[in-house]
Every structure is written in C-alpha cells, then in structure tokens.
Design a protein around this ligand. Structure first.
Ligand SMILES: C=C(O[C@@H]1C=C(C(=O)O)C=C[C@H]1O)C(=O)O
Length: 95
C-alpha cells in the first residue's frame, strides 16, 4: 500500500466518523428526553433489564455484520454509562 491508498482509507474513516457523530448527536438528544421523563416521574437513572435486551441485540447485530461483538458491547457500555451520568445530572437539577 502506498501513501495515496493510506490517504484514501483515512478519507473513508473521516466520512464514517461524520456519520457516527451525527447519529450519536441524535441518540443523545433522545436520551436527554428519556432523562427528563425519568426525573419527572421519579424513575431510576439506570434500567438494567432494558440494557440486557439492548446488549443481546447489539451482540447479534454485530455478528451479522462481521464485527466482533465485544467491540460493539464495549463502545455501547461507554455510551450508556455517559447517558446514565447525564440522567443523574438531570435528576439533581444540573444543566
Ligand atoms: C435511555 C435509558 O436510560 C439508560 C440508558 C440506556 C441507553 O442509553 O440506551 C438504556 C437504559 C438505561 O440504563 C432508558 O432507560 O431507556
């Protein structure tokens, strides 16, 4: 592989990153709404039953796409942990 191919691969990565950021932004906007609902209704910030369902689907989807499920599960664990900490902030009335 030469430098032109390396550059091409990096351009592909940059395009994918733009899509990931757009989707993450959408996802966090929706989880913000869920956090507000939970705070208003006195619901717990974490729902481990919902997470168990999600992780099952994430592992299946990953395998069907040829992605190592532990990669997707690791990424989602980070995302969901951030959502939970944001829900805690909302519950405590922090902006
Ligand atoms: C968004 C929610 O809150 C938390 C965050 C989740 C997520 O980011 O997908 C899933 C379950 C909860 O632990 C929810 O309960 O639906």
């Amino acid at each position: 592989m030469g430098t032109a191919e390396l550059q091409d691969l990096r351009e592909q990565i940059d395009r994918i990153d733009q899509e990931i950021i757009a989707l993450l932004s959408e996802r966090f906007k929706i989880t913000e709404e869920v956090g507000i609902y939970k705070a208003e209704h006195g619901l717990p910030v974490q729902d481990i039953n919902r997470e168990a369902e999600q992780f099952g689907k994430i592992a299946e989807l990953s395998m069907s796409r040829g992605l190592r499920p532990e990669y997707a599960v690791g990424v989602y664990r980070c995302i969901i942990d951030l959502v939970i900490s944001r829900h805690r902030e909302i519950k405590e009335g922090r902006k």
